[in-house]
Design a binder for this molecule. Structure first.
Ligand SMILES: [Zn+2]
Length: 82
């Protein structure tokens, strides 16, 4: 799967940035990125969450933490599989 750049040249899936829309980059979203993309798909964005709770949400922080967790899970899984 390749990154899908939006109008801001940010990948909707993994959150990576490109300098032009013709960049072909293998999309490797982390666990948190996948959760964020999934939430976005059902209309839950960080902006909306911030509006509802009247304070900035900690999505970005959570997303990073989830990515770390995902990496760790992947490593553990690999360790078992190999
Ligand atoms: Zn991507």
């Amino acid at each position: 799967m390749l990154c899908k750049w939006n109008e801001k040249l940010v990948c909707d899936v993994c959150g990576k940035q490109a300098n032009n829309k013709d960049v072909k980059r293998k999309c490797t979203p982390g666990l948190g990125d996948r959760v964020a993309a999934g939430l976005k798909a059902v209309g839950i964005t960080e902006e909306r969450v911030a509006k509802v709770f009247r304070k900035p949400c900690k999505c970005a922080k959570r997303r990073k933490a989830l990515n770390k967790l995902g990496e760790r899970l992947t490593r553990i899984k690999r360790g078992i599989d190999e």
